[in-house]
Design a protein around this ligand. Structure first.
Ligand SMILES: *Cc1c(COP(=O)(O)O)cnc(C)c1O
Length: 370
């Protein structure tokens, strides 16, 4: 048996007719940039998510950069974020001229440890960017409470967590701005690069739109210099189709994760993911901690099981942040976990047979006789 890490073709086949129709409609209408498909997706996403405003942009990295710029963050400012995330979260802070300030992760849920945020706040701190990593909601109420107390903005990086919930509210609706990626492998993925930004604040929405549209809300009327970051018509039409299915696909991922958890419960060498109380974890990634991780990874690969690591090195220890002079001891949990974490195959179309095979091979590796 062969188990891929994700299977985007299987998902396409399940909705092929609708997707093919959507693509031909965009071409027929030559609605490649702007136009009705983009508007339709922005409106549908805003409505389904409960945002007053939603702006399609080029990708999830742009989304964070645009949000930071709209908040007026720049040179001399500090923005607090988490040490274990995709680099977009931190590099966009640096791109504005501000400095990323990293916080360690929680031992159980792998997200920003809210108890360690206040000690990092200085008079230069302007915002906090929590990430809902792996599809698991961060301790977002606590983060927002700290931010309000210190007059800081909160940008929620929801790139891995579309429609995940905490206390029955979607992640992204707690802070000031929510950013999304629709990169193909994300839970809601386009067929190329795409991203989006949600907010309930009209002023912020207009600032973000203006910045993403060359500093102009009216054509040829440039109030500032901006960038070009657009969600294109083809991606919007594809996302419009997929939006109908995303919550169903999220539930399927959750069920697969629970099935893995159950089958792995007697394997002492593996720590399975825990779901935060009152959270709906949408399992963008099914992350375990494993003894002899590198050897296990080789063994699984040899048995045609694709695995990955999210992420092999926490950001403060990457060469790109050597200027901050961090040591592993500055982030004891994140740096200890980077040699243990392992992402197993996870996608809505994954079958029980696939999962049983993966677990069988894990047990074989550790010498269990099943
Ligand atoms: C994917 C991702 C991004 C960036 O999204 P792109 O669309 O690839 O630019 C940002 N943050 C996190 C946590 C991500 O996983």
């Amino acid at each position: 048996m062969k188990v891929p890490f994700v299977d985007l073709y299987a998902q396409y086949q399940s909705i092929k007719h609708e997707i093919d129709n959507a693509i031909s409609s965009v071409i027929r209408d030559t609605a490649f940039i702007g136009g009705k498909y983009v508007e339709e997706f922005e409106n549908n996403y805003a409505q389904k998510y409960g945002f007053k405003y939603f702006l399609g942009v080029g990708n999830g990295t742009d989304a964070i950069f645009i949000a930071l710029k709209a908040l007026g963050i720049g040179p001399g400012d500090e923005v607090i974020t988490v040490c274990n995330t995709w680099i977009s979260t931190a590099e966009t802070i640096s791109l504005t001229g501000a400095t990323p300030v990293f916080v360690d992760i929680e031992p159980d849920y792998y997200n920003i440890n809210a108890d360690l945020i206040e000690e990092k706040i200085t008079d230069r701190t302007k915002a906090i960017i929590p990430v809902h990593l792996y599809g698991q909601p961060a301790n977002i109420e606590k983060v927002v409470e700290i931010a309000r107390k210190h007059n800081l903005y909160v940008i929620e990086d929801c790139a891995q967590a579309h429609f995940a919930t905490f206390n029955d509210k979607f992640v992204g609706t707690f802070g000031d701005i929510a950013t999304f990626s629709f990169y193909p492998g994300k839970n809601l993925g386009a067929y190329g690069d795409a991203g989006g930004i949600g907010t309930n604040d009209e002023d912020l929405y207009l600032k973000m739109k203006m910045f993403a549209r060359h500093g102009a809300l009216k054509k040829h009327h440039h109030l500032i210099e901006g960038i070009n970051s657009r969600l294109d018509g083809l991606q919007a039409a594809i996302l419009n189709v997929k939006l109908k299915y995303i919550q169903d696909w999220n539930r399927k991922r959750y069920e697969k994760a629970m099935f893995y958890n159950d089958l792995l419960k007697d394997v002492q060498e593996i720590v399975t993911p825990q779901v935060r109380p009152n959270a709906f974890h949408i399992f963008h990634v099914y992350e375990v901690r494993a003894q002899m991780r590198d050897e296990l990874m080789e063994f699984l690969k040899k048995n045609d099981i694709a695995v990955a690591i999210h992420y092999p090195k926490i950001l403060p220890l990457q060469p790109a942040y050597s200027r901050l002079n961090h040591k592993p001891e500055d982030f004891p949990v994140g740096s200890a976990y980077q040699s243990q974490i392992l992402s197993l195959p996870m996608y809505p179309e994954l079958t029980e047979e696939h999962i049983q095979y993966v677990v069988q091979k894990i047990k074989e590796f550790y010498g269990y006789n099943s």
